[in-house]
Design a protein around this ligand. Sequence first.
Ligand code: DX5
Ligand code: ZN
Length: 233
Amino acid sequence: MTSRDFLIAPSILSANFAKLGEEVANVIASGADWVHFDVMDNHYVPNLTIGPLVCEAIRPYTTAPIDVHLMVKPVDRIIPDFAKAGANIITFHPEASEHVDRSLGLIRDNGCQAGLVFNPATPLAYLDYVMDKLDVVLLMSVNPGFGGQSFIPNTLQKLAEARAKIDAYARETGRRIRLEIDGGVKVGNIAEIARAGADVFVAGSAVYGAGKDADPHRYDSIIADLRAELAKV
Ligand code: DX5
Ligand code: ZN
């Protein structure tokens, strides 16, 4: 795998919410690839964030893919709203949907790429019967709900297992599924996370924390540092 296969997806959870459009535009201008958009409902996870109205509001600020991570229960009602608000990728947690296959189909029927998210204690077995409906597999390396937590080391082994499943599927079908990692990704651990198999890296506090004292907020140097680590892989 070469470094150009790696995508960096800063989580706007750690951005300045009073300047969200500018923050999104700046982080993409600084070299990031996707906008990771964390949706929390104070029910599936113990925190409350942003919804389709905010997705619609930031959409004009970038042409980069908006990667909506739903931490809500139930999931189906809100999927078409995010598609209309300009989301490109929508992922959800299998425990939050009564019918995983149906929710994945609904995302694609609404014109978006679809993905499943695995909490640290959620088994990868959910993958086995829905690979054909997936564009992204997202492994949580923290328990969802908050930015700024530490990477759970066991996730490296789980990444390797997910990578093996995804590669076997790609050999059979020729179809590529992205393997995304979310939680505690920093300059100091991104290379070993890449070696374990991830190819999309969410980083919230590491990216947005780095530019918060600059004016205007720019993220060139932290994105370059993350890419320099990925280039070693
Ligand atoms: C956690 C969210 C993450 C979070 C990552 O529930 O899904 O996207 O914002 O933040 P850091 O990179 O600070 O762990
Ligand atoms: Zn997330």
